[in-house]
Design a protein around this ligand. Sequence first.
Ligand code: CA
Ligand code: CA
Ligand code: CA
Ligand code: CA
Length: 275
Amino acid sequence: MFLFFESASAVVGSKFMLEKAIDPDIGLNGLQSYTLKPNDNFILKMNSQSDGGKKVEMILQKSLDREKQEYASLLLTAVDGGEPQRSGTMQIHITVLDVNDNAPVFTQTVYKAEIKENSVNGTVITKVSASDADKGSNGEVSYVIGNSMRGLSNVFVITEDGHLVLNAPLDYEKAQKYEIYVEAVDRGGLSDSSKVIIDVGDINDNTPVIKIISSSISIGENSPSGTVVAVMSVNDPDSDVNGKVECTINKNTPFAITSTSIPPIISFYFVEKHS
Ligand SMILES: [Ca+2]
Ligand SMILES: [Ca+2]
Ligand SMILES: [Ca+2]
Ligand SMILES: [Ca+2]
């Protein structure tokens, strides 16, 4: 005898009539009792009927969970009241059908990734992954970028199998960090979300820009050493060493260059030097 149960729809207390199924095996005359083994999910209930027969029902007493046990084989034994006592047995095969009662679960609540600002479109930034304990389509997970990320969904795209891919140019000088919410959705619509933090790495893609702030058109021949003759700023928007600027002037002039550093602008002063 084969029975199929949906784990979520078979609620505790559900009854399954067994009488008809066992009649051919053991007959009704002298039937005394039934036992069921193992009996952790079902119990038997017998009712005497007006015609003298006995009706037996199998009652679910503990809910089924396909994720814990998909198949079960129970042995039903019927014992008669004769002498010697005889018994008949029947195997009851139970298949627990899957229902979508598990949402996907991401392997990490936060993923961290790094990408250089000069990376080309199509570069895979990281891969996210979620598992789903259900079976078949109930456990099939695909990935999408969260709705709240609409503004960024053209910068990053995610493939159905969870690869987060660069889709537009990055500029470290405009954005150094992104936080992307991703969702894992099963075919039944249950979902989980996770966050991907993307650090953009600086590339030395800016040259220093020199801007003259002030300069003297002429300078007196008796000007003392240290007279400022010009002020300029040099700006390189890159970070760290990529944005560090050093200024030099020709050695064979009566001028020197000194700097005061007020990041991000560095001012340089040409000063007259007397040899
Ligand atoms: Ca599921
Ligand atoms: Ca399930
Ligand atoms: Ca840069
Ligand atoms: Ca630079």
